[in-house]
Design a protein around this ligand. Structure first.
Ligand code: ADP
Ligand code: ZN
Length: 290
């Protein structure tokens, strides 16, 4: 049995073929152009490898309501060519196999609880901080959906009192996590990419302050047993320890110390990064039903 996995991103499409035990046997990365150009290439690859089911980890926002006509349709994305594009349906028309789809971050969370840094846990929040901020949530062993899907990056946060920016960079909200703490927010605030900001720059403490507020809200709202923090901005090694210490302070001792793991365990790096999304797609594909 060959399982197809697709991580559909705004700039690239990562494709993989996996065995039922999740060993990868083939891989391909292609740029995300228009659907007319890109979808036939994806279909050709999976046809060539004779996959019998497919899982898709898609950039959002995307319709994740299984069993409805809109399932797997890309929603209000700034990538105009993909707006309202029925990604799952288009691949089903091409391949005629069972396909399951979720958000890239939900897929990543699923992969991490199944065989990564949150293995064995039933409540895990996976946050990625890069060009945007996104989050996937496994709650009581299930991926969380709803009206659409939770959008952790758009939780409203207080503005840091010393922030030189009055408003965040999110076009929708003046004061949300993505607006104040994404890579582009750091670029806008300091005039240089997060990747180039010196390790001792005060921007890192401010970044940690924002991410700790996001984590704090998550802890109080959904009580994750672990928070996994990944994405390009977390490549800066000084950031994670700063987030932990801000979060510990913000929690103010409220969570019973007998229940709360040590901060180093509670907020940690994903284990499968940067493949969390693709492995999650394979898991979705393995469970896909006609
Ligand atoms: P995307 O979100 O587009 O998938 P990434 O997760 O790689 O991409 O995130 C890109 C962001 O990560 C950029 O804002 C970049 O400046 C930042 N970044 C990349 N490498 C580093 C690094 N070593 N330290 C800090 N920030 C980094
Ligand atoms: Zn926002």
């Amino acid at each position: 049995m060959a399982i197809g996995a697709l991580e559909a991103g705004g700039t690239k499409m990562s494709l993989g073929v996996f065995t039922s035990r999740l060993r990868r046997t083939a891989a391909l990365t292609i740029p995300t152009a228009t659907p007319d150009e890109t979808v036939p290439r994806i279909a050709a690859f999976f046809r060539e490898h004779a996959v019998t089911s497919l899982g898709i980890a898609a950039f959002g926002p995307v319709d994740v309501r299984r069993g409805t006509p809109g399932y797997g349709t890309i929603l209000n994305t700034p990538k105009l060519a993909w707006r309202r594009y029925p990604l799952l349906q288009a691949l089903r028309d091409e391949l005629d196999i069972p396909i399951a789809l979720d958000t890239d971050v939900n897929a990543a969370a699923l992969a991490e609880v199944t065989q990564g840094a949150a293995k064995g846990l039933k409540n895990c929040l996976y946050l990625t901080v890069g060009t945007g901020i996104g989050g996937g949530l496994v709650s009581e062993g299930s991926l969380v959906h709803g009206l659409m899907h939770p959008e952790w990056g758009h939780l409203l946060l207080p503005r840091h009192p010393d922030d030189p920016m009055l408003n965040g960079v999110c076009p929708f909200h003046a004061s949300c996590a993505e607006g104040f703490a994404s890579g582009p927010a750091m670029q806008a605030r300091w005039g240089m990419a997060a990747a180039d900001l010196p390790a001792d720059h005060r921007g890192w403490d401010m970044e940690a302050w924002y991410l700790a507020h996001l984590c704090m809200n998550a802890v109080m709202a959904v009580s994750p047993e672990v928070i996994l923090l990944g994405g390009g901005v977390l490549h800066a090694p000084q950031l994670l320890p700063l987030v932990r210490s801000h979060l510990e302070r913000l929690m103010g001792g409220y969570v019973d110390p007998e229940l709360l793991p040590a901060m180093d365990d509670y907020v940690r790096s994903p284990a499968l990064y940067p493949d969390s999304g693709l492995v999650g797609a394979a898991l979705l594909g393995r469970g896909a039903k006609a």
